[in-house]
Design a binder for this molecule. Structure first.
Ligand SMILES: NC(=O)c1ccc[n+]([C@@H]2O[C@H](COP(=O)([O-])OP(=O)(O)OC[C@H]3O[C@@H](n4cnc5c(N)ncnc54)[C@H](OP(=O)(O)O)[C@@H]3O)[C@@H](O)[C@H]2O)c1
Length: 304
């Protein structure tokens, strides 16, 4: 194979490791693969991957080793089973998911062993891997990122390095997932209210979509308010928004639904209003979140 790319080794051939391998093969990158259960390598061998007989042979085949295992514990277990010198002179990019803390711990663990190491977080499902829309975030040593970048961009069109903190890729992963799950859950609660009142979710959909599209602009304002620690409520304020939140809770209750999410939103707004901050913008709620209220179990009966 006459490739313009240096070789890559992929450790871990679950659905994501296989997708990463296929993206590399599509660009004629000489790709060596290894998996704990060898049978998972078979289809990839038929597609052009070199199947290493052992983990050590897999690592020896390339200067860039991409790890995509279930989690960081599995990553450390697999890497620790190699001879200390096996990874010297190679770059290990770990795309297994983790929490920010664990990402930092694995990076420190790798540094202690002299392993040149970078954390990554995959933000898209397998069918998008290798496409321009795919997003993989990286954090840790930027020189390592630069060295591997020409091949990392083959895995995802958006391959952003977020800085030297090795936990930041996982932090953004977690933060993006929160936005994703909260949006989905609020849509589902809204759909439950709508369907309980005899309308279909599909009828409501275009209006929900309109709100979701507003999100980009609204997030921009929220981010500016949070970073500037200014919460100007001239256009709309918490005292006014509290009654909208009340309406959500009542409509949810009338339909006999689990209104915990709506109650919690109202609880946060009410706390701010009770603290004399009712004239501020909704972004003021960040102070309530930072104070840790709501981490102590269900919303108190006083707010029901
Ligand atoms: N799939 C997705 O859509 C997606 C999206 C974003 C991020 N991710 C992340 O990508 C990573 C891999 O996901 P996946 O979907 O490929 O998972 P998967 O299909 O469940 O595969 C898990 C992989 O980890 C290996 N493994 C687990 N424990 C191991 C151990 N102790 N020693 C050696 N190998 C071990 C498995 O080997 P065996 O085959 O031998 O069991 C397999 O190769 C995860 O961290 C996941 O969170 C996945």
């Amino acid at each position: 194979m006459n490739s313009t790319f240096a070789p890559v080794t992929v450790l871990g051939l679950g659905s994501m490791g296989a997708a990463l391998t296929r993206a590399l093969l599509r660009h004629d990158v000489p790709t060596t693969v290894w998996n704990r259960s060898p049978e998972r390598a078979r289809p990839l061998a038929a597609e052009g991957a070199a199947v290493a007989p052992t983990l050590a042979a897999a690592v020896e085949a390339s200067d860039l080793v991409v790890v995509c295992l279930r989690d960081h514990a599995a990553t450390r277990e697999v890497l620790a089973s190699l001879d200390a010198a096996a990874l010297h002179g190679r770059i290990v990019v770990n795309l297994s998911s983790s929490s920010p803390d664990e990402g930092r711990r694995t990076a420190a663990w790798a540094a202690e062993r002299g392993i040149t190491y970078l954390n990554g977080a995959i933000m898209v499902p397998t069918p998008l891997i290798g496409s321009a829309e795919a997003v993989i975030l990286y954090s840790g040593d930027d020189i390592v990122f630069e060295k591997a970048q020409d091949r990392l961009v083959l895995l995802a069109g958006v391959a952003d390095h977020l800085g030297e903190d090795p936990g930041r890729a996982a932090l953004f992963d977690v933060a993006m997932l929160e936005v994703f799950f909260a949006s989905m859950t609020s849509f589902l609660h809204a759909a439950a209210m709508v369907t309980a009142n005899g309308t279909s979710a599909a009828t409501f959909l275009p209006y929900a979509r309109q709100m979701a599209e507003l999100g980009g602009t609204v997030f921009e304002e929220l981010a500016a308010n949070v970073d500037g620690d200014e919460h100007d409520g001239t256009e709309d304020n918490l005292a006014m928004e509290l009654s909208a939140l009340d309406h959500i809770v009542h409509t949810s209750d009338e339909a006999g639904l689990d209104g915990t999410l709506a109650r919690h939103m109202r609880h946060l707004a009410r706390q701010a209003v009770d603290a004399g901050l009712g004239a501020d913008a909704y972004s003021r709620v960040i102070d309530m979140l930072r104070a840790g209220e709501g981490h102590h179990g269900p919303v108190s009966s006083a707010t029901r």
